[in-house]
Design a protein around this ligand. Structure first.
Ligand code: ADP
Ligand code: ZN
Length: 743
């Protein structure tokens, strides 16, 4: 490390400015770019990250650094460069980016290694000594005997448990100078007690071989490779390609990152990666959001020190501090969970592509239903395209049948949850001992409580949505802000005894299905039934082992799961996501239908899918039915081009909100006027309008949507305009570049 005279830092707190500090002689050797330091700031001290080491500084009255936090620099220069790109692109202060880049335990350095006491004999101890002690202190003698046989130090706690002796006895031996205690750091490994069966590379089919060759060629040409889009139908063996691509990267001395959507980071996924790279316990680091602070600390250091060479995790794993990065895999690249919905509002897939460019490494984006953006990039030649058109072993794609709910309704009058056809299909599977998945993207029992007399619905007092009735807790709850309320007996508005429950969610599906098929074992999997993390594993296990016949769930069960005995999938209502005021609604529906359908027929028997819908002829449903991705892509692309939406134009969504409706509106309108002055004609500036979700958590919300091609320039102009405009104290403005939430 070069000797430092001055350093430039970014303070953790939001001040939008970099500051210089003097480095005392004693610290000069230990500080470098990416180091964490404690510096005096105003009247207090603050934590900061070093972004440059300088020979001289123009600033006056510099104060010295107080201390260095941690041993080695925490951030590489490449990651700092990435942070600056995120800040500029996503129109977000660099301090906020730093907060995402480094986990809190590492930034604050408050949690350290877990220390444990190990015991060993203080010197050689013979039998005679033990016997002598036995007369005076029999329990100490017993422990001493055990210790005298130790070949290596063992955990004191383990030894005491095995011998059923207590700490006091051990302390007495230490005091007599017979035993010795030593503190050692131990790694908190959440997977330490699991056994992973080692697997080796499978023999690839020709399509897979071709795809893998794209990757290995790219690995051999560092720096010049384009991102590779791996478009492979569900069950076509994409994961096997990731595994072999990672192996190829490791063989070339590189490390790798695997990004998976949070909900598909299942025990099954972890097992596949840990199993393939089982040569050392440490090779694969798993970055769950469920990790304790201590576990997160240890996994981070395992990666940073180079012991782990593969990091697997959800979106923030794109910042894993691996050295010599050779490959980034983004599985299910179309998933919306890669987009962070708080500042910095980055999209991990796009950040992965940029990181790959900075680190000169290869990036694979994989999906059965690529996003329109990525597929467009592949057709224009910005990305390379590798395609897997067949399921492994020529397994058939599931047969998709559309059930027109309008006709069902005519037959039954009331809206049926299960159409006759779906009902018959379930009965058939129960008979054959095969399993069924029923999918509905809505939790709860009834989705609203209405008065049939006065028409009043029970709305959330904080948000402009109806409250959902949850039967198992007998309460109404808001799915946006979490507000809950008791269920009224009479209509609070008119006092009449005329409340009716309308709409239904997974809870009602579960109870209806159990009622129709009393002999079947039905389980529900959604955010309400899976509040404990073990509940998730338990349910999956009992489904896999065949104890459960029918699994009802939300998107939690839509993805990544692999159950050979599932031959039937029912989509209870395909229209739910189709009619949202969002230009991606059609794309999302197509993706969801394809993904859910992909859960069927992954074993020997071909799968069958029933899609219940009131709009059977909508393109998303028809193209999904025929497994026609390119057909869907072309027609959706035309729509996007006609309407100036991504991938043809970038979008920036500005949300202005306040508990005071008038102030939010006025601020939004003022901002719109200023933007009109600041932005050149080429950018399409929308009006300040009430958001589709007008009120959320007690705040009134207004939107301004801007579209344009030169996104870096647009981001900068938006930032400059915002910085010049003073907003009232109770008005909050957020900027979302490439937004995914338009509500
Ligand atoms: P995807 O990720 O595209 O959904 P997977 O990689 O999970 O597909 O593959 C589906 C199944 O096929 C898995 O059980 C996997 O082990 C198996 N598989 C993948 N590639 C091969 C191959 N070349 N030969 C035999 N089985 C394979
Ligand atoms: Zn609410």
């Amino acid at each position: 490390m070069a000797k430092a005279n001055y350093i430039r830092v970014i303070i953790d707190r939001a001040i939008h400015r970099e500051l210089d500090y003097l480095v005392p002689e004693t610290l000069a050797e230990r500080v470098g770019i990416g180091s964490r330091v404690r510096v005096p700031f105003r009247e207090k001290s603050a934590l900061a990250t070093v972004v440059a080491v300088l020979d001289h500084s123009e600033a006056k009255g510099l104060r010295p650094v107080e201390a260095i936090v941690g041993d080695a620099p925490t951030l590489s220069e490449e990651l700092l460069e990435l942070a600056r790109w995120i800040s500029a692109y996503y129109c977000c202060p660099i301090e906020a980016v730093m907060r995402s880049l480094l986990p809190q335990v590492i930034r604050r350095a408050e949690v350290g290694w877990k220390k444990q006491l190990f015991v060993q004999p203080a010197r050689k101890i013979d039998n005679e000594e033990v016997e002598k002690l036995r007369r005076r202190a029999p329990r100490q003698a017993e422990l001493l005997e055990a210790i005298s046989h130790l070949e290596a130090p063992v955990r004191a706690a383990d030894l005491l448990r095995q011998t059923s002796l207590d700490n006091q006895t051990l302390r007495a031996l230490v005091k007599r100078g017979l035993a010795e205690l030593r503190e050692e750091a131990v790694v908190r490994d959440p997977h330490a007690d699991e056994q992973f069966i080692a697997t080796s590379n499978l023999v690839l089919n020709p399509e897979q071989l071709f795809a893998l060759k794209e990757v290995t060629q790219a690995l051999d040409l560092p720096g010049s490779a384009r991102p590779i889009l791996l478009h492979g139908v569900t069950g076509s063996g994409k994961t096997e390609i990731y595994l072999q691509a990672i192996r190829a990267a490791l063989e070339r001395g590189h490390s790798a990152i695997v990004l998976v959507p949070e909900i598909s980071l299942t025990p099954q996924t972890v097992e596949r990666f840990k199993g393939r790279f089982a040569e050392a316990q440490d090779t694969v680091a798993v970055l769950h959001s469920h990790l304790s602070q201590g576990e997160r600390h240890d996994e981070w250091h395992k990666i940073h020190s180079g012991r782990a060479r593969i990091a697997i995790g959800p979106r923030s794993a794109v910042f894993a501090p691996l050295k010599n990065l050779g490959l980034i895999v983004v599985d299910e690249e179309h998933e919306n969970t890669y987009k962070q919905e708080e500042a910095p509002r980055y999209h991990a897939r796009d950040v992965a592509v940029v990181r790959a460019k900075i680190e000169k490494c290869v990036v694979i984006l994989g999906s059965a239903t690529p996003s329109l953006e990525s597929y467009h990039n592949a057709t224009t030649g910005k990305y390379r395209l590798a395609t897997l058109t067949q399921r492994i072993d020529e397994k058939q794609m599931p047969l998709i049948r559309i059930v027109d709910l309008r006709r069902e309704r005519r037959k039954e009058k009331a809206a049926a949850i299960l159409s006759e056809k779906l009902r018959a299909a379930i009965a058939d599977r129960l008979e054959k001992n095969e399993q069924t998945i029923l999918f509905l993207n809505r939790r709860g029992f009834s989705t609203s409580l209405l008065c049939s007399n006065c028409g009043e619905a029970r709305d959330c007092p904080n948000c402009s949505v109806a409250l959902t009735f949850h039967r198992h807790v007998t309460r109404l709850s808001c799915h946006l802000c979490g507000h809950t309320a008791a269920v009224p007996k009479k209509c609070p508005a008119c006092g009449k005894d005329s409340l009716i429950y309308a709409g239904f969610g997974t809870e009602k599906v579960e109870s209806t299905v159990s009622h129709i098929f009393p002999k079947a074992t039905v389980r529900r999997m959604d955010a309400d039934s899976m509040t404990r993390k073990e509940a998730y594993r338990e349910t999956l296990r009992s489904f896999r082992t065949g104890q459960v016949d029918i699994l009802v769930g939300t998107q939690m069960i839509a993805k990544g799961l692999h159950f050979p005995n599932v031959t039937l999938v029912g989509i209870i209502n395909a229209d739910l996501s189709l009619h949202l005021p969002d230009f991606r609604a059609g794309e999302r529906t197509f993706q969801l239908l394809t993904q859910v359908a992909g859960r069927a027929g992954r074993g020997e028997t071909p799968g069958e899918v029933f899609v219940q819908t009131y709009t059977p002829f909508s393109p998303s449903i028809q193209f999904a039915r025929h497994h026609d991705f390119t057909g869907y892509f072309q027609q959706e692309l035309e729509f996007r081009e006609r309407c100036d939406f991504p991938p043809f134009k970038h979008a920036i969504l500005i949300t202005v909100r306040s508990a005071h409706e008038g102030r939010a509106k006025l601020s939004a309108e003022t901002l719109k006027r200023r933007l009109k002055e600041a932005l050149p004609e080429e950018f399409l500036l929308g009006d300040a309008t009430p958001a589709p979700l007008e009120k959320l958590q007690g705040q009134f919300r207004f939107h301004i949507l801007i579209r344009g091609e030169a996104i870096m320039r647009l981001s900068r102009l938006v930032r400059e305009t915002l910085d010049k405009l003073p907003f009232p104290e109770d008005v909050t403005v957020t900027v979302d570049v490439d937004p995914y939430q338009l509500l």
